[in-house]
Design a binder for this molecule. Structure first.
Ligand SMILES: Cc1cc2nc3c(=O)[nH]c(=O)nc-3n(C[C@H](O)[C@H](O)[C@H](O)COP(=O)(O)OP(=O)(O)OC[C@H]3O[C@@H](n4cnc5c(N)ncnc54)[C@H](O)[C@@H]3O)c2cc1C
Length: 411
């Protein structure tokens, strides 16, 4: 089947779905192709925390745009996304984290954030079920929020369809076609799609799609794990993080607990040694593991876009156990956490932890939005809108040059 569209969006996570929504709303003929199901990979697997706290200043303007979108998103899409402005607390219990938190206050001031630096007694007064000790203190940002990661990308895709976008699931894009110096189509499982613009929002798979075009996308797959408790008869109020765990309670009372110290890169055939060194230098918390994923990559499991319709890695059970033990020790009033279910997701990390969002210089008509690491859910709506502005107006009202892939040209 050969069909023509203005724009082909590759990837039905929150980034691709929001881009498709804003493009369709602007009247463009859009097709969103997803190799598995909409919202199957990273975008449905996180805690759903949306915030400014401890963000890189380079991302802040875009993140503030996104918060504005989040506040009105249910009205905009006519759908439920679970938005809640519950506030975010980052506890620190060592001097290194305290210094970083103090330094962040300058950023908070620069951008007019609601963030406050709390001492140990203020922390004890704020948290409903306080830790035995308030540690050294915390950053507290009342205006940070959250949404339900299981709902949002799908809501964007549904709303895009209402504006006329075509949504194709189980439809992998195999390759990007170029004519001279411009893009002209995408070869997909359902045939060739002719187009003037292509948005690559393929998450972990972005480097595989761009490589044949001679474009390096220096991202590393990093596995994060989450466990969910049964309903807790307590209101834990805030999104909280510390060195061992991060948590957010759902509206049904279940607690999602992420294992912060079990963020790992599974060594595979496509783990480039130079990239690993760079990541290890900058993101010291990522540990390396050698296990089944290496065997699967040696067997060619990751050589195409259809063997893994939906990446579904195994959770890091030891890390989740440690996270539960740390949470239990910190919350003696609450009965010990036993997980009801657990899951993991691969995130795509660039060496500096910032995404790549750009209109590629050549081939023309190619746009990339990927490499969002552990923070992409919150910022995604503004990214989708910016990509749409790039395509429909030739520019965005935000300076996206800090997110150009040119910063990695020597990698
Ligand atoms: C455990 C965990 C916790 C997290 N917690 C948070 C949090 O609290 N707050 C926050 O802001 N962020 C969080 N994140 C990060 C956030 O989820 C991601 O940054 C974000 O979802 C990235 O969205 P995406 O659309 O770029 O990628 P994805 O959701 O991975 O979407 C990419 C899509 O592209 C598809 N695709 C790939 N190749 C092709 C192809 N060739 N053809 C067709 N389709 C293709 C894939 O199947 C996939 O569906 C967390 C992530 C994890 C894993």
């Amino acid at each position: 089947m050969n069909r023509r569209f203005d724009t082909v969006v590759i990837g039905g996570g929150i980034v691709g779905s929001s881009a498709a929504y804003y493009l369709a709303k602007a009247g463009r003929q859009v097709v969103l192709v997803e190799k598995g199901r909409i919202n199957g990979e990273q975008s449905c697997r996180g805690l759903g925390v949306i915030g400014t706290q401890r963000r890189d200043p380079l991302e802040m303007a875009l993140m503030l745009d996104s918060l504005d979108i989040w506040r009105g998103l249910e009205n905009e899409l006519g759908d439920t996304v679970g938005w809640k402005e519950q506030g975010q607390v980052s506890l620190f219990s060592n001097d290194r984290r305290r210094r970083r938190s103090e330094a962040f206050m300058a950023v908070a001031k620069q951008f007019g954030l609601t963030t406050q630096l709390l001492g140990p007694n203020e922390v004890l007064g704020l948290l409903p079920y306080p830790q035995p000790e308030g540690g050294l203190g915390a950053l507290y940002t009342p205006a940070d929020g959250s949404a339900d990661q299981e709902l949002v990308a799908t809501a964007f895709a549904r709303a895009a369809a209402c504006h006329g976008a075509v949504i194709w699931e189980n439809s992998a894009a195999h390759s990007i076609d170029i004519w001279g110096e411009v893009v002209c189509g995408v070869d997909t499982e359902r045939g060739r799609l002719g187009c003037q613009n292509i948005v690559v929002a393929a998450g972990c798979w972005t480097s595989f799609l761009l490589k044949p075009l001679g474009i390096a996308h220096p991202s590393l797959w990093v596995r994060g794990s989450v466990g969910r408790s049964p309903v807790l008869p307590y209101d834990l109020k805030f999104a909280v993080s510390c060195d061992e765990y991060a948590y957010l309670q759902g509206p049904d009372g279940r607690l999602n607990l992420a294992a912060v110290d079990a963020t790992v890169h599974d060594l595979m055939l496509h783990s480039r040694p130079k990239l690993l060194r760079l990541h290890q230098l900058k993101q010291k918390k990522i540990k390396l593991e050698l296990g089944k994923p290496m065997v699967r990559s040696l067997m060619g499991d990751f050589n195409d876009f259809v063997t893994h319709r939906t990446l579904d890695p195994a959770p890091h059970f030891k890390g989740l156990k440690r996270a539960a033990a740390a949470f239990n020790a910190d919350h003696p009033v609450i009965a010990p956490i036993q997980y009801e279910r657990s899951w993991a997701g691969y995130m795509d990390y660039t060496p500096d932890g910032l995404p790549i969002i750009e209109a590629v210089a050549e081939p023309k008509g190619l746009y990339v939005a990927a490499g969002f690491g552990r923070n992409g859910f919150g910022i995604a709506p503004a990214v989708g809108r910016s990509i749409s502005e790039f395509i429909t107006m030739g520019a965005t009202n935000r300076d996206l040059s800090p997110f150009s892939s040119q910063r990695f040209r020597h990698v």
